[in-house]
Design a binder for this molecule. Structure first.
Ligand code: CA
Length: 367
């Protein structure tokens, strides 16, 4: 995400194709050394001590692994929403979320009181981000960020913004070290520079993390007393609205203008639910369209490719809470999976005081 993290799928099999794709139109990127110099100068300008800079950047090398930047939207469309969802919202993951939620029930209830963010949302995010801290990455954070600042290819606005974003995250990482967070240097993160169970980027730690146990430190690496309220605070700051639903699955009428589907958050097509109803959109569950006319909602189709016009279901009508989750990771598939997984975790936790030996499975998607 722009402020917090980046999600990219990389497989060895896809590398030759991706590298070939990058050769056309790729710009000559700045050298690693010049990026390090620029980041060092900027960090120094913002008050990071020379001692910290010397220590954090001594002998810094780019990552040895080949990285690439997912700046071509179709790459993220190579897997369908169904594939994405079914790989993550597994019965085992949902069961683990339920158990974690039960084990941290008291703290999560206080967090919900404070932020309005339901416990199950936090569970789904931690599950998908890191399997509750099991998979938090094995790269050094500052080298990873500097490498990505070099490796983002392309000369369009998005590529320029992403290069700038990784440089800024490297500056933020240095500021964290200067503030006493040696974990930036001693612990590992994802190859995109995100750390800990919640996979916060350095800027997100500085801006949104919370010292939940008031020990003077926002420990996003290993202390759930800090991690849990930090995830909730991030969502609250990004516009999570207490008690509001996130969205509905909807059906489109024959001949619906696909241009009204929102493809990127930069070009949203928002209307009230009643305005969508007037265009023939209706809820898949057969209920009447809600009359919350003050709320503007957009229609999204995670398998829709606006460039090629290729369209497959499902379609969702989504509210502000959906947008808040997308701030965590700017992917429809991600946000839809988090929110639907959270719905299942919450529902199963409500429906049984005692957990069944074999929990009911979520309905797998087949589209
Ligand atoms: Ca703390």
């Amino acid at each position: 995400m722009t402020t917090t993290r980046l999600r990219v799928l990389m497989t060895l099999a896809s590398l030759p194709l991706l590298l070939a794709g990058q050769s056309a139109g790729a710009m000559v990127s700045d050298s690693f050394e010049s990026i390090v110099r620029a980041v060092r100068d900027e960090a120094s300008r913002r008050g990071v001590s020379t001692q910290t800079l010397d220590r954090a950047l001594a002998g810094v090398q780019p990552l040895a692994v080949q990285t690439f930047e997912n700046n071509q939207p179709e790459r993220s469309r190579q897997i369908t929403f169904a594939q994405y969802y079914n790989q993550r919202a597994t019965p085992a993951a949902i069961e683990k979320g339920r158990k974690f939620m039960r084990d941290h029930a008291r703290q999560l209830a206080l967090i919900e009181q404070d932020t309005g963010v339901p416990p199950a949302i936090i569970m789904a995010i931690l599950s998908i981000e890191s399997n509750f801290g099991v998979v938090t990455g094995d790269q050094k954070v500052i080298p990873a960020l500097l490498t990505l600042a070099r490796d983002v290819q392309g000369n369009d606005r998005r590529a320029q913004e992403r290069r700038a974003m990784f440089r800024e995250e490297a500056v933020q990482a240095l500021m964290l070290v200067d503030e006493g967070y040696d974990e930036i240097l001693t612990r590992q993160g994802s190859w995109a520079g995100a750390v800990g169970p919640a996979q916060f980027m350095p800027s997100a730690i500085r801006r949104y993390a919370v010292d939940g146990d008031s020990d003077g430190k926002k420990d996003m690496w290993s202390d759930y007393d800090d991690v849990l309220p930090s995830v909730a605070n991030f969502l609250k700051e990004k516009g999570w609205r207490s008690g509001q639903r996130w969205g509905y699955k909807v059906l489109l009428p024959e001949g619906f203008n696909k241009g009204l589907l929102t493809d990127t958050l930069r070009e949203q097509h928002n209307k009230t639910p009643q305005e969508w109803a007037a265009l023939g959109v209706h809820l898949e569950n057969g209920e009447a369209m809600p009359s919350d006319s003050a709320m503007h909602v957009m229609l999204i189709a995670p398998n829709f490719n606006k460039q090629t016009g290729e369209f497959r279901g499902p379609v969702y009508m989504v509210y502000d809470n959906f947008r808040a989750v997308m701030e965590y990771n700017k992917s429809y598939k991600y946000a839809l999976t988090v929110l639907q997984m959270a719905d299942i975790i919450a529902k199963q936790s409500r429906s049984s005081a005692a957990m069944p030996a074999v929990p009911p499975s979520p309905a797998p998607y087949n589209q």
